[in-house]
Design a protein around this ligand. Structure first.
Ligand SMILES: Cc1ncc(C[n+]2csc(CCOP(=O)(O)OP(=O)(O)O)c2C)c(N)n1
Length: 274
């Protein structure tokens, strides 16, 4: 596929240098790879939440649905249930997913709904100028916490592991090729896929150096084991600590019947099969 087919005419309004540009590039490469491997472009759909991440809706020429803030996951699950032949990605932000719509995340993971959640985690509500979110580190100074947030951050990977996700991975927005491979793997996984994308917010929380000094690629990790996944996930608790290492790659990947398979029993409502 010519990648220009995935571009739109919309003017891009992200801050110059925002890693969202790199994630968009990785997404385009991932869609190209998926189509080369046989998935039709019209069978790839994404939903978007509200925020800087959500602008991807305007910049990526694919079937898509712009959702209410925090409601990308129920819409994605509905799309998958209406037509199980579709590959569905939910593009969400940390404020969107962990603050506005957290209960949807827990239930979608618990159901093992066959959707891929791509979370652009810049660790603040960026579009509305820097309120702290569930993954902001303690001490984060933004417009709602000028003296520094007094809350400890949530570890969302631990949460989705215990909720029932069957694919859990982490990528870094500025490692475009690795991120592309992780997006392809998340979309191809049958079941609930959760891909955390570390995204420095160059305007409100520029932690590029922090990440670049700490990230490393998981090698030889046994991703079938829940205990080993939990141990690797705990290696970084979203704090700013010294000596911390941040693993990238696939933490957990198992096979389990999906919600859609169990609910639809091979039928496709989009083909009027009841
Ligand atoms: C129900 C609701 N609450 C609040 C808002 C205002 N709002 C729009 S974008 C946004 C911030 C989004 O932050 P995040 O999801 O982290 O995405 P980012 O902009 O960081 O990519 C907020 C709070 C809204 N549109 N709808």
């Amino acid at each position: 596929m010519n990648q220009n087919d995935l571009a739109t005419n919309c003017k891009i309004t992200w801050c110059p240098g925002c890693p969202d540009f790199s994630i968009l590039e990785a997404l385009k490469r991932a869609v190209s790879t998926l189509t080369e491997k046989g998935t039709k472009k019209e069978n790839i759909v994404f939903t978007a939440g509200i925020g800087c991440h959500g602008k991807t809706f305007d910049y990526l020429n694919l079937n898509s649905f712009y959702c209410l803030h925090g409601r990308s996951l129920p819409v994605s699950q509905g799309i998958k249930l209406a037509n199980p032949n579709l590959k569905v990605m939910a593009i969400v932000g940390d404020g969107d997913l962990y603050n506005e719509g957290l209960s949807h995340l827990i239930h979608a993971a618990k159901r093992n709904s066959d959707i891929a959640v791509l979370i652009f985690d810049n660790r603040n509500f960026a579009l509305t100028v820097s309120q702290f979110t569930a993954t902001s580190p303690k001490g984060f100074k933004g417009s709602s916490s000028p003296e520094g947030s007094i809350e400890e951050p949530l570890n969302p990977l631990e949460l989705v592991l215990s909720a029932g996700a069957t694919f859990i991975a982490r990528g870094y927005s500025l490692n475009i090729e690795q991120l592309k491979n992780l997006i392809v793997e998340a979309v191809e996984h049958k079941g609930f896929s959760f891909l955390e994308i570390l995204q420095p917010c160059i305007t409100f929380f520029d932690n590029r150096r922090f990440y670049q000094e700490r990230i490393y690629e998981l090698k030889g990790h046994d991703f079938f084991s829940k205990e080993k996944a939990a141990a690797k996930i705990k290696e970084w608790d979203y704090k700013n600590g010294e000596g911390v290492k941040i693993p990238l790659g696939v933490f957990y990947k198992i096979e389990k019947p999906t919600y859609d398979e169990l609910a639809l029993r091979g039928l496709n409502p989009a083909k009027r099969e009841k």
